[in-house]
Design a protein around this ligand. Structure first.
Ligand SMILES: [Zn+2]
Ligand SMILES: [Zn+2]
Length: 257
């Protein structure tokens, strides 16, 4: 791996280490590009709400952006440092989010759909479900996200933990993979899932992505600096790529937001 677009900072409430430590780890790992994509804040302007263990607060965004930009300047010529966020797609709040991100000069977004609906009162997508309506809802919502044309890639698209009928899983995920391919949006094999033995990467999903010819990237999803040096998980991801003959891209064009 020479490029990683998916790294966090302690601002999200569940990551550790300073931004500088992530950069130094990336240099040791031989990366040429390190992207910060911390969990985006959401401005739920119509209610006082804060998901403290999941994401930074809107008022933390300027210092996040300043810190990453300063490091990009300081390390120029040694490593490219990019400023992004990992965001869900919550239709109700999305225009407001874009405004906030643009005001702060955020360069790119990756899609990480951690909750259904608009998050408020909706369960996390990682909770096991055998409900076909939940699965279809996840696919509908994330396709709509990709249709905005603003997400550079789709992080852990196989996050949803569907325990129901395998045929239904395949039908819905094929619909998602086709849409991603038509919209030219790469799918991410997520190393955090491998590192922590989560339900993703889900092999059922990656078999379909291979059949549909999706472009694929590997994302470190670093929540501590050492995660960037986690070569074991990377090896496991490469095995998956080889097993299904996935179309792995080392670098992808980022979409301006
Ligand atoms: Zn996280
Ligand atoms: Zn992440």
């Amino acid at each position: 791996m020479i490029v990683n677009y998916h790294s966090h900072t302690p601002r999200c409430g569940h990551a550790e280490g300073s931004e500088r430590e992530y950069v130094e780890a990336a240099l040791r790992a031989g990366l040429v590009t390190l992207g910060f994509s911390d969990h985006t804040p959401w401005d739920y302007f119509d209610r006082p709400y804060r998901n403290e263990r999941v994401r930074m607060a809107p008022e933390e965004l300027p210092s996040y952006a300043d810190t990453v930009r300063a490091l990009a300047e300081e390390y120029r010529g040694r490593i490219e440092i990019l400023l992004g966020v990992e965001a869900e797609y919550y239709p109700k709040y999305f225009p407001r989010l874009l405004e906030l991100l643009r005001q702060n000069g955020i360069g790119y977004m990756i899609l990480g759909q951690h909750f259904y609906g608009n998050e408020l009162g909706e369960p996390p997508c990682g909770r096991p479900t055998d409900d076909p309506a939940r699965l279809a809802g996840y696919v509908d919502q994330t396709i709509e996200a990709l249709q905005t044309g603003l997400f550079s890639y789709f992080a852990h698209p196989d996050l949803i933990r569907f325990t129901g009928d395998d045929g239904e899983y395949s039908r819905q995920m094929r619909r998602l993979c086709r849409a991603a391919r038509e919209l030219d949006t790469p799918l991410e094999i997520n190393l955090l899932g491998i590192r922590e033995g989560r339900n993703y990467p889900d092999e059922r999903f990656w078999r379909i992505a291979a059949e549909e010819g999706n472009a694929v990237v590997i994302g470190c999803d670093a929540h501590r600096p050492g995660d960037i040096l986690d070569f074991e998980s990377e090896k496991a991801a490469l095995k998956l790529v080889e097993k299904y003959g996935l179309d792995l891209r080392a670098r992808i064009p980022l979409r301006e937001i």
